[in-house]
Write a protein that binds this ligand. Structure first.
Ligand code: NAD
Ligand code: ZN
Ligand code: ZN
Length: 376
């Protein structure tokens, strides 16, 4: 059936406010110029989606269709889109790459000026929505809104991938895997034979463990308060797993002791907890230790810390979407997966039909799932 240029009626998970997520019938307008309408076939649930549902993230306009870790096929394209056509396998990108802003032109960053860091991505670039439900305008999320059978994304926020890539794994390149893996190989540039600590062993933290292993780290110390995550961490390459609750002293002191009083060369905070961010910095080696903030702290959170930590040569960095220039790099990452350069399949612990999305969020909240992938 030719759906191009017509409104599509389909199902989407609409968040009406914090803790209010329901499957609804929605209308999805055709793509305008430089936009693409995508039929979503698989979508992972990331903690960031949960943080919105918990009301922890600022700048959200309700109702909204969440989801930013999806994969699907192009259904139709708007005027002026030349590099994509119906049927192409694609991944929507939560960090776009416009290719022309000062960040896109600079080799050291992927923080494109078209991201929510500069202005909200809750509407399309022309400040209108392509979604309606019960006569109401529904907002977009990060220009992705992958919890919908169909979504519309700007062409700068979509990557074409290998036609042979299975979509139930491809979706993880849309956020969790690319974020954790890239924080290690791009942002920290972990060196062979180094000692690393990864705090938080969800989809993002375990992807950081995969990155540390790929980078040749000799010690990978995995830290989580849920020891149910340890078996997976070891499968992905962690050499030691520790639970802060098993010690009567701060975790940074435990890590210093484990490294002969010296500290780790690299640490990664993959939780979104400001106290752990500070502990991760304090656990770093004087003079050359690097700590990377990957977790997203709740809106308004702040950290106070002793400047001596940096004065004495430690480096504190942050990493968004693993530092990847998204449109260029996501297709290459997918090709590397197809070439078996790394394996992320174990990150998907659950699959559920799309209409069981609330069950998927419960699995994440209770610490049972790493990634639950919804199949459409
Ligand atoms: N930087 C980015 O671009 C980016 C992208 C995606 C997600 N994120 C953020 O990364 C974080 C992790 O995402 P995820 O999907 O892996 O989440 P997740 O909830 O699956 O994993 C978090 C893990 O941290 C553990 N944890 C919680 N408190 C802890 C503590 N005090 N000490 C040790 N471990 C603790 C939990 O048990 C869990 O295993 C979130 O804050 C998310 O918003 C950032
Ligand atoms: Zn995410
Ligand atoms: Zn840009």
């Amino acid at each position: 059936m030719q759906t191009c240029a017509k409104v599509i009626k389909c199902r989407a998970a609409v968040a009406w406010g914090p803790h209010k997520l329901s499957i609804e019938d929605v209308e999805v307008a055709p793509p305008k110029a430089h936009e693409v309408r995508v039929k979503i076939l698989a979508a992972g649930i990331c903690r960031t989606d949960d943080q919105v549902l918990e009301g922890e993230m600022g700048g959200i306009s309700y109702p909204v269709i969440l989801g930013h870790e999806g994969a699907g096929v192009v259904e139709s394209v708007g005027e002026g889109v030349t590099n994509l056509k119906p049927g192409d396998k694609v991944i929507p990108l939560c960090i776009p790459q416009c290719g022309t802003c000062s960040s896109c032109l600079h080799p050291a960053t992927n923080c494109c000026f078209k991201t929510h860091l500069k202005e909200p991505q809750n509407l399309m670039p022309d400040k209108t929505s392509r979604f309606t439900c019960k006569g109401l305008q529904v907002h977009h999320f990060l220009w992705n809104s992958t919890f919908s059978e169909y979504t519309v994304v700007p062409e700068d926020a979509v990557a074409k991938i290998d036609a042979a890539m299975p979509l139930d794994k491809a979706c993880l390149f849309g956020c969790g895997f690319s974020t954790g893996y890239g924080a290690v190989v791009n942002t920290a540039k972990v060196q062979p034979d180094s000692t690393c600590a990864v705090f938080g062993l969800g989809g993002v933290g375990l992807s950081a463990v995969i990155g540390c292993k790929a980078a040749g780290a000799s010690r990978i110390i995995a830290v989580d308060i849920n020891q149910g995550k340890f078996e997976k961490a070891k499968q992905f390459g962690a050499t030691e797993c520790i639970n802060p609750r098993d010690y009567d002293k701060p975790i940074q002191e435990v890590l210093l002791e484990m490294t002969g009083g010296e500290g780790v060369a690299y640490s990664f905070e993959c939780i979104g907890n400001v106290d752990v961010m500070k502990a991760a910095l304090e656990a770093c080696h004087i003079g050359y230790g690097t700590s990377v903030i990957v977790g997203e702290a709740p809106a308004g959170a702040e950290i106070s810390f002793s400047p001596v930590l940096l004065f004495t040569g430690r480096t504190w960095k942050g990493s968004i979407f693993g530092g990847w220039k998204s449109k260029d790099c996501v297709p290459r990452l997918v090709s590397d997966y197809m070439a078996k350069k790394f394996n992320l399949d174990g990150l998907v612990t659950h699959t559920l039909p799309f209409d069981k999305i609330n069950e998927g969020f419960e699995l994440l909240q209770s610490g049972q799932s790493i990634r639950c992938v919804l199949l459409f």
